[in-house]
Every structure is written in C-alpha cells, then in structure tokens.
Design a protein around this ligand. Structure first.
Ligand SMILES: CC(C)(COP(=O)(O)OP(=O)(O)OC[C@H]1O[C@@H](n2cnc3c(N)ncnc32)[C@H](O)[C@@H]1OP(=O)(O)O)[C@@H](O)C(=O)NCCC(=O)NCCS
Length: 128
C-alpha cells in the first residue's frame, strides 16, 4: 500500500492517513509521532469529484511547510483513489486571517475563481 509522508523544514516527519476501513473517508488525518496535528476534510461527489476540500494545520505547527506537505500528499492520495477533480472554497474570514491563501493555492495548481456567495472569497478547483 502506498504511504503519504513528508518532512517539514525542521526535519519532523508527518504521515497523511486514511482512517481504517473507509474507502471514501470524510477526513484525512495528518499525524506526527502518532498525534493528529491537522487534517483535510472532504465530501465525495460522484464521478471522482471531491467537494468542500478543506485543510487545517494545528496553530503550533504552522509556518514550517507542514500545510504545503499536507496539501501535496493529500492530493497524491486522492489521485491514487481515483479522484479527478477537487473543489473547495476560501471563506472571507480565512482570507482575512491568512492573506497568502489565494496565492498559495494558485502556486499549487488550483484555479481561483469568483464566487457570488456572501462570505465566500473564492472558489477553488484543481484537476488531478
Ligand atoms: C492554510 C494552512 C493549512 C497553511 O499551513 P502552514 O503549515 O502554515 O503552511 P506552510 O508553512 O506550508 O505555508 C504555506 C505558504 O503560506 C505562506 N505562509 C504561511 N504562513 C504565513 C504567514 N503567517 N504570513 C505570510 N505567509 C505565510 C508560506 O510562506 C508558504 O508560502 P510558500 O509556498 O511560498 O512557501 C494553515 O495556515 C491553517 O491551518 N490555517 C487555518 C485553516 C484555514 O484557513 N485553511 C484554509 C481554508 S481555505
């Protein structure tokens, strides 16, 4: 079975895991020393589409390339599970706290699209 792991800029190793027995999990766990320090949340649509892709790293672990590693490995894992398209949203509140978000997603190959809904700053889309 493939493993999804990476090292941050301080040499700490992380694993991205699918909960046992779940072919289409609602959550991918980010583990460091067997402790969950972040996650990716997702909804499985039909035809290999993921909706509401969301990513979070515990505050204490941010700013050390952990989010970048999690994003990369989660996308690789989803691709290996037959996912063809990932969709998500950036909320206004998240963008206010983290103005780097849209550029970050763009650098990782996401299209950043306008969205008419209140409190939604942008829609995200990436083909795998
Ligand atoms: C978004 C999030 C997952 C990023 O995690 P992270 O571990 O800090 O990410 P990284 O250290 O890999 O940094 C990602 C990029 O953002 C930049 N960045 C991170 N923190 C930053 C800060 N405080 N100021 C400016 N840039 C910052 C990094 O420089 C990096 O840019 P690069 O690709 O040019 O190197 C994390 O901030 C988080 O969990 N936020 C709360 C939940 C959230 O808003 N999720 C997004 C929903 S759309």
């Amino acid at each position: 079975m493939a493993t999804y792991s990476f090292v941050d800029n301080q040499g700490r190793r992380y694993h991205v895991t699918v909960p046992p027995g779940q072919a289409q999990p609602a959550l991918l766990s980010l583990l460091h020393n067997q402790l969950q320090v972040g996650y990716v949340e997702l909804d499985w649509g039909g035809d290999g589409v993921i909706e509401n892709f969301g990513i979070l790293v515990d505050q204490a672990y941010r700013g050390h390339e952990v989010g970048t590693g999690l994003l990369r490995e989660a996308l690789a894992l989803l691709r290996d599970h037959g996912v063809k398209l990932v969709q998500g949203y950036v909320r206004e509140g998240d963008l206010t706290l983290q103005p780097f978000l849209l550029d970050w997603y763009r650098r990782h190959g996401f299209a950043v699209l306008p969205d008419p809904r209140v409190l939604v700053a942008a829609r995200l889309e990436k083909r795998l």
